[in-house]
Design a protein around this ligand. Structure first.
Ligand code: GLN
Length: 295
């Protein structure tokens, strides 16, 4: 019996070298072999010493070549083509209506866990503002299993995808989905959010040309650009937090690499306290934190 998409190790290695000769790098190609082909990095190492054996892939080498060519020629991100993206300890479905979840954003969950003890606090309420694929919401639901969650997005397509990811990955959690702008759909729960988290669009409009074309041409501009200085959404979120947060509630927000001082000063001006910054995995100031109590 000949199995579909079954290839010898030798065929796969020859294919891999041929694709690399066209361009790109082995990290991206091996990501495609793993996420698209189902051949993990460790499978690939075994394959190198057992080349005569046959390996079963999820897609044919021909199909993988098409994806690789679209990645090289049209810069279509592999994650959109494969339709999936690993993030923290789970895998999300992604499509061009949402930003591809970035590794640096993973840190926000560790920051939340270091600032709020989910057990000590018993039941609480979190919100993910601008949820996109639902990445932060899913990780929050897993980290704060007894809490009630809310996820907001102004894109209907993004909210549909986030709902799908949430139903698949954290079906037992109590999470309410809202279509709308930042805090706007949440007025009913104002004053009750113990934790608000947001990775808003923060790239200044003027950086458009400087962006990598894979990002600029394929990721949703709605999730990328935050007005002239990049901080339009950030200001709106901070303002809304003053009504939305419970007494002493915590806001964690992601921003661009050069916006730390400005975001911290917006928090300070608005009487947030325990204001601090945190670095991303590359040591760049990427997050601002602060608590708020309404007077
Ligand atoms: N970090 C993303 C990038 O640099 C931007 C995400 C955002 O604007 N929130 O492509």
């Amino acid at each position: 019996m000949i199995l579909e998409n079954s290839f010898s190790g030798k065929e796969i290695l020859t294919w891999r070298n041929f694709q690399l000769a066209k361009g790109g790098n082995s990290v991206d190609l091996d990501w495609l072999l793993d996420l698209g082909g189902g051949l993990s990095w460790s499978d690939l190492q075994i394959l190198k010493i057992s080349q005569e054996r046959n390996y079963q892939l999820n897609l044919s080498l021909q199909e993988l070549s098409v994806i690789w060519m679209r990645f090289l020629d049209q810069k279509i991100p592999l994650q959109y083509q494969v339709g999936r993206c690993p993030w923290r300890d789970f895998e999300l479905e992604v499509n061009p209506s949402v930003l591809i979840p970035r590794q640096e954003t993973e840190v926000m969950i560790d920051l939340a866990l270091s600032k709020v003890n989910p057990c000590e606090k018993g039941i609480g309420r979190w919100v993910d503002l601008g949820t996109g694929s639902g990445a932060l919401a899913i990780a929050l639901a897993r980290s704060f299993p007894k809490w009630i969650g809310h996820a907001v997005d102004c894109s209907e397509n993004a909210l549909t995808l986030a709902t799908k990811n949430i139903e698949k990955l954290v079906s037992d959690s109590e999470i309410y989905m809202h279509l709308g702008n930042w805090w706007e759909p949440l007025t009913t729960w104002f004053g009750t959010f113990d934790l608000a988290i947001a990775n808003p669009p923060y790239i200044p409009k003027s950086n458009f040309e400087k962006l990598d074309s894979a990002v600029r041409e394929h990721e949703p501009h709605l999730a990328l650009f935050g007005g002239d200085d990049g901080l339009d959404c950030c200001r709106e979120i901070i303002k809304g937090s003053m009504n939305g947060l419970s007494p002493g509630g915590l806001l964690i927000i992601e921003h661009n690499c050069d916006q730390s001082e400005r975001v911290l000063s917006i928090l300070k001006k608005n009487d947030f306290y325990e204001i601090e910054f945190a670095n991303d995995l590359e040591g760049i100031r990427r997050f601002a934190l602060g608590r708020y109590t309404k007077k």
